[in-house]
Design a binder for this molecule. Structure first.
Ligand code: 23J
Ligand code: MN
Length: 259
């Protein structure tokens, strides 16, 4: 039996009335990775080792071996990533219900605030102001923080400084509001991680990770093209690799957007 809505989706895609927006940054050896304070172990960037490329190692085929930190480039954070979420059910990349990989997007545009203050933090008040214009954030939706950060290139992206990185994020109270009062799927950001650059010094450290993952919620980091999404009405498709016991993985994040 065919589903009318699925055949209609194909028609809308073919007719250009629904567009696919790629929210994913290129994954390469120079893709920026987070720098944690120096007392902590660090994630590895992508390395690519050619197995064969139409040569003596494999005359008819090309393929590579990869080494990559789970949290590299555009990636998905699973609840087991954080101590607060380590004992929750279905908290790993291989056990999260696949229904969670498709959901509506609410896009909060704070790029004006971030242009003035790279340490900008989203507050519950700012979320409520957004809801006045666009309606209540639906349960099980992605909240995507549009900051314009993905347009930064080179050192300006991590924006490291002697006192740690400076990049935007969430007040703990905003993460609590979204997780508890709105029951979102999680939050997605344009920055290298879902916490602000200065968040190692917050109480608790990395409060967005702590709150979201403690509530069984997810994260999406290093997104781009959020400026091509409407505040409401887009659908996000983002799924991590099915790594057994994985804490996250690079992913291809896509949005279905009405034209
Ligand atoms: C480990 C510790 C702190 C942070 C992160 C990872 C991430 O941002 C991440 O990619 O999950 S803030
Ligand atoms: Mn991560």
């Amino acid at each position: 039996m065919a589903s009318q809505s699925l055949s209609m989706l194909l028609t809308e895609l073919a007719g250009g009335r629904v567009r696919i927006v790629d929210l994913t940054v290129p994954l390469a050896p120079d893709t920026p990775i987070i720098h944690l304070p120096p007392q902590f172990a660090q994630s590895h960037p992508l390395t690519v080792e050619v197995i064969s490329k139409f040569d003596a190692q494999g005359p008819g085929w090309y393929w590579n071996n990869l080494e990559v930190g789970e949290h590299t480039g555009t990636h998905f954070d699973a609840p087991i990533h954080w101590a607060t979420g380590k004992d929750l059910p279905n908290n790993t990349t291989d056990t999260i219900a696949p229904e969670k990989f498709v959901g509506p997007a609410c896009v909060i545009d704070v790029s004006g605030e971030v242009a003035k203050n790279p340490d900008f933090l989203l507050t519950p008040e700012r979320i409520l102001a957004w809801e006045k214009d666009h309606g209540k954030i639906p349960r099980q939706s992605w909240v995507l923080l549009r900051t314009g950060w993905s347009e930064r290139r080179g050192d300006a992206y991590l924006n490291d400084s002697p006192d740690g990185p400076h990049s935007p994020g969430f007040h703990k109270s905003a993460s609590e509001f979204l997780a508890r009062d709105r029951d979102v799927l999680g939050v997605g950001v344009e920055t290298v991680g879902t916490d602000a650059g200065q968040a190692a010094k917050f109480d608790p450290p990395f409060p967005n990770h702590s709150t979201m993952h403690g509530a069984g919620k997810f994260g999406l980091a290093s997104l781009c093209n959020l400026d091509q999404l409407p505040p409401i009405g887009a659908i996000v498709i983002a799924a991590p690799l099915k790594i057994v016991n994985g804490s996250g993985s690079p992913c291809r994040a896509l949005a279905l957007v009405p034209n």
